[in-house]
Write a protein that binds this ligand. Structure first.
Ligand code: SF4
Length: 170
């Protein structure tokens, strides 16, 4: 399976979730947030094509890493490939974060309606930072998110309890 990336994996991020993390920069985003820091990731035709098995192999060689983070771009637009990576990463004992411009509640309803691949992906995601970047709500003091509307969500607890469970910024 192939995935379109904006750049090679970043292997030692400390700002895209807790601990040392590998970041997967998916290419293509439909949200077009004003003030987006990564406008080069918007086009669905740009970037580089990568093999999912190669990405998984790269991650398996990381020894000090706490987890991986899907960023972009919009990872949900390549949910099947991200799902395969996330599933294998969870088997390696690492945690998974995902940044999306979609709203968590909308993702859940679309899983049932038109995007079953989103439901498959979120089974393997521990934490989701949701919502578009809103320039008027930008706050540089926020950890792991850019604007105050965005939420750091414990995905699995939220699914079990049937309501949004936020995690502390840590
Ligand atoms: S969702 Fe993220 S990548 Fe997409 S336009 Fe908004 S800030 Fe940029």
């Amino acid at each position: 399976m192939k995935i379109r990336l904006a750049a090679p994996i970043t292997k030692d991020s400390i700002v895209d979730g807790p601990g040392i993390r590998a970041v997967i920069w998916t290419q293509g985003c439909p949200h077009r947030c004003k003030g987006c820091h990564n406008p080069q990731t918007h086009s669905f035709d740009a970037g580089i094509e990568a093999d999912v098995n190669d990405i998984i192999a790269q991650i398996s060689r990381l020894k000090l890493h706490k987890g991986i983070t899907f960023s972009g771009g919009e990872p949900l637009e390549q949910a099947a490939a991200c799902s395969e990576i996330a599933k294998r990463v969870k088997e390696m004992g690492m945690n998974t974060w995902l940044y999306t411009g979609y709203i968590f509640e909308d993702i859940l309803s679309e899983c049932q309606a038109t995007r079953p691949e989103w439901g498959e992906l979120i089974k393997y995601i521990d934490v989701m930072v949701d919502g578009p970047f809103i320039e008027q709500m930008k706050n540089l003091l926020l950890k792991f998110r850019g604007s105050e509307n965005q939420r750091v969500i414990d995905v699995q607890k939220s699914l079990i309890e049937g309501k949004i469970i936020l995690i502390e910024d840590k």
